[in-house]
Structures are given as C-alpha cells and as structure tokens.
Write a protein that binds this ligand. Structure first.
Ligand SMILES: [Fe+2]
Length: 192
C-alpha cells in the first residue's frame, strides 16, 4: 500500500461518519469508471479518498486556511466559501501530506467546479463524486450520467455542467468562472 494511501486512510478516520461513507462510495464509483478509461486504479482510489479531505471545515475556517496556504479567493468563493474545500484540500495534501502528484492534487482542487485543464483523472474524480448513489435525489438524471461516464468522461462532464449551470442561471445564482471555462473547452474539443 502506498504511504500516501495509508496516511489518507488514517486522516479520513477523523472525518464525520456520513462524510467518510460518502468518500468510500465515491471510491467505489471511481474504481468502476477507471476501468473503461484505462486510468491507473491506485490514482483513481487516491483521488476519490482525498477529494473531500476539507469538506467538513467551516466556511470561515476555509477562508482563513486559504489565506494561510496561499490559495487565492475570488468573489464567488467569498460569497460561498464552502466552494473552497477543493482548493484548500489540494494545498493541505501538498503541504501536510507531501503529495507530489500534481495531477492528483489538481483533481482534488477542481472537483467542485471542474476546470479547463483537468486531466482524465480529474474528470473521473469530479464525476465519481456526483455519481455517489446517495446523490440520486439531487441529480435526477444520475443513471443516464453514469452510463455516459462509462462511455466518455468528456460527454458526461459536459452534460453535468450544462444541466447544473442551467439550474443556477435559472435560480439567479452565480457561476464559478472555472466552470464556464471548463464547459467552453469541452464543447470546443468535442467539436473537433
Ligand atoms: Fe464529495
């Protein structure tokens, strides 16, 4: 077992039970998605186990930690600081867990908003998080999203971003700029 995996697993023990259960369900989905896309299984497992390492931190503490860890905070994040649990989690992994796998850290960083630069691992972690079976009530189209994700991570990510951004626009909410960029970049790359 890799050292990082061992350290992560013991770190997860301090998280609330419900969050731990979510993380392990996401791990199972991540391993399932990794097979058809030929993504390294250990990286998929680490990404899933690491993604919510800061999900139980309060908004106020996330803003404080962001400034201590040198994570820049945009206006939309100040408005909804829980969005920072990915970027702050990525820095915690780099600095406290000596994670030198940039692709893994970036997957954690962008797992709430997505990003135009995401590697397949980041797309997989993003989607596995949304495909936690317990989130079926939140995402009514989850079964279809799961089938799409087994076929094409890009198509599934585009489907998710389009639907969820549409809901936010209709509800008068903000859209994180990284999500807009990610969606644009998927549309352009799928066109070619
Ligand atoms: Fe999650």
């Amino acid at each position: 077992m890799s050292e990082l995996l061992e350290r992560l697993q013991s770190r997860l023990e301090s998280l609330p039970d419900g969050l731990q259960a979510h993380i392990y369900r996401v791990r199972d989905v991540a391993l399932e998605l990794a097979v058809p896309h030929k993504i390294n299984l250990q990286q998929a497992e680490l990404g899933a186990l690491a993604h919510d390492v800061c999900r139980a931190v309060s908004g106020e503490d996330l803003i404080r930690m962001a400034s201590e860890l040198g994570v820049s905070v945009s206006d939309v994040e100040y408005d909804f600081p829980l969005m920072l649990h990915g970027p702050v989690g990525a820095e915690v992994l780099r600095k406290e867990e000596d994670c030198s796998d940039e692709i893994l850290c970036e997957a954690v960083r962008w797992h709430s908003t997505a990003h135009a630069s995401l590697h397949p691992l980041g797309k997989l972690v993003f989607l596995a998080d949304k495909l936690d079976p317990q989130k079926a009530a939140v995402y009514s189209y989850q079964a279809k999203l799961h089938d799409m994700a087994m076929e094409s991570l890009d198509m599934a990510l585009l489907e998710f971003l389009s639907r969820e951004m549409g809901k936010r626009v209709e509800g008068g909410g903000t859209i994180h700029p990284a999500s807009v960029d990610a969606r644009n970049s998927l549309i352009l790359s799928l066109k070619n």
